[in-house]
Design a protein around this ligand. Sequence first.
Ligand code: SF4
Length: 162
Amino acid sequence: MLEPEVLVLDEPVSALDVSIQSSVLNLLIDLQERMQLAYLFISHDLSVVRHVADDVTVMYLGRAVETGPKDMIFDNPQHPYTKALLSATPRADPEASKERIKLQGELPSPLAVPPGCAFAPRCWKAQDKCRAARPLLDGATQKSACFFPEGDGKPSAEAPAG
Ligand code: SF4
């Protein structure tokens, strides 16, 4: 317990004032380097994720929809949900805020996950295939679970039925 290799940090700074957040995050990064720790860092705050993460996994209704190195995820999101999340983060450039993607509908209950791609009811790119089959996390270094990914993303294979 005194010399852990992995720490799970679930929203460790979400309740803190911004100035204290920054001190705590810098302390965590310093500890990580000195003690060679691995962190599983869970957060809804993308600016915090960008500050501390090496690799990022984006979750939607309990499933990973995109994963890969931080810079690839932030600079070239391939899953529409990742793209929508990133479009909602505050930016210094006032023109950039015009590109914000507003998702339709409400977040479904995790107890009633939609069939096929769980994001389909809120996705502006959804097609019949998305409602009929579940996309698998697919790709090389950066992986996304989408039949019609953004940019140069690789279309996912379908999960086996059942
Ligand atoms: S599989 Fe279809 S519904 Fe799901 S994220 Fe991709 S385009 Fe949207």
